[in-house]
Design a protein around this ligand. Sequence first.
Ligand SMILES: Cc1cc2nc3c(=O)[nH]c(=O)nc-3n(C[C@H](O)[C@H](O)[C@H](O)COP(=O)(O)OP(=O)(O)OC[C@H]3O[C@@H](n4cnc5c(N)ncnc54)[C@H](O)[C@@H]3O)c2cc1C
Length: 463
Amino acid sequence: MTSTDHFDVIVLGGGQAGLTAAITAAENGASVCILEVAPRAMRGGNTRHTRNLRPMHESGAFPMEGAYGFDEYLDDLLRVTGGETDHALAELTIRESEHAITWLQDHGVAFQPPLSGTLHLGRTNAFFLGGGKALVNSLYRFAANLGVHTVYEATNIDLNISGTRFIDLTYQQESNTHRISGHCLVAAAGGFEANLDWLEEAWGPAARNFLVRGTPYNKGNILRQLLDAEFKQVGDPDQCHAVAIDGRAPTYDGGIVSRVDSVPLGIVVNNAGKRFFDEGEDFWPKRYAIWGRLIAAQTDQIGYAITDAKADGLFMPTVLPPLKSKTIDGLAKQIDIPAAALLQTIDQFNAATISGSFNHQALDDCRTQDLLINKSHWARKIDTPPYSAYPLRPGITFTYLGVAVDNQARLQVGSGNACENIFAAGEVMAGNILGHGYLAGIGMTIGHVFGRIAGKEAAKHAH
Ligand SMILES: Cc1cc2nc3c(=O)[nH]c(=O)nc-3n(C[C@H](O)[C@H](O)[C@H](O)COP(=O)(O)OP(=O)(O)OC[C@H]3O[C@@H](n4cnc5c(N)ncnc54)[C@H](O)[C@@H]3O)c2cc1C
């Protein structure tokens, strides 16, 4: 064991929530140490993979288009969560998000004009120039210039909590054990989405067919210790952000390129060749997050997104090309599902389409009628070869089970009491705002807002 170091604020996890907390704490006069389990090259957790956040804004100043005010933002959030949110914290997140762009720009992060295509996000989401990796590098650089000390490959962090007070911790690095103490701890070590054993506890054996879209390091070790120390839990173990991703993606870290955005432009069938949900229910950014869960409920956790040539070029391209065939029969053989069943599904679907004026940028009037499961928008006959198929698997992004916090990001202890010196930000507490459902860009928004709150409050407490 080496000698004990001491910092005002110890931050666990160096993704954007941890970095934002560390920078804010340092700017408020605290000595800060970040402990990051990943090696330097893999730093930045899931944040590495991100592209945008969702700020409230009243004007269309760059990089935003138009206005996206408090009421509309809150309505959107309440709709996707079905009201399962801590209203006070949700409102706080939205109001504070107004300062996110300026804060990030002031800390070295650049933005780019919004992307177009099926995402329709120009008005609501601010895109980082160079993506999350560039954001992470900028924030690490800024933190280092402020004197924030970062330890990479800090494994086996073991928290020493007395009652509800953080005392110190040990960690290992290159088989040496180190102890550090701190006035305050900020937990920003993500959810448990990369821990298939923990996911299996919630999802059963189906979890073994999940692909983890992001970092392999978010195993929930810190969350587990905090819950074992009996800090208040928030959220359900099986609630998470999960999207339909290309079934050929790697088990970890496939990132954004494995996402499949063709769903609203065609149909999705399971391995019996049957449709199982309205593919055109709403704009894709508002609905894409339900598809991971939908695929997870299918036999063998697999589905197939089928489109015809009319859809080509209308959605964001994927890294892996789709399987293609000039016939439905040939396509069915490639994806190994019963051809007769797929043909029947497509015949029925085609017969049920009502012709309208197709517009994939609007909730158009192209729909089906009289099917058991109708498609509400963008329903066009699948009749123009070549036909395309993407195999789909549930791609888990991040989990919602977390620690309950208050408006100062302090961990909650039982009935309304707050822990004195442990704060949380990011995925580890996102379940306070996301009971279920998801709104594109709100993950980064929650991490940003609570990172700043946690950093400020931790520095204040340390002094
Ligand atoms: C592919 C993908 C795309 C996404 N795109 C977007 C997007 O465009 N917009 C959006 O809002 N959200 C997006 N998200 C979600 C977003 O990544 C998260 O909401 C956000 O990054 C959370 O930040 P965080 O700091 O809490 O977690 P992370 O960025 O994951 O950081 C957690 C850090 O903790 C470290 N860590 C984990 N366990 C330990 C431990 N025991 N000890 C020490 N360190 C530990 C990890 O290595 C990691 O560096 C995306 C996620 C993925 C996977």
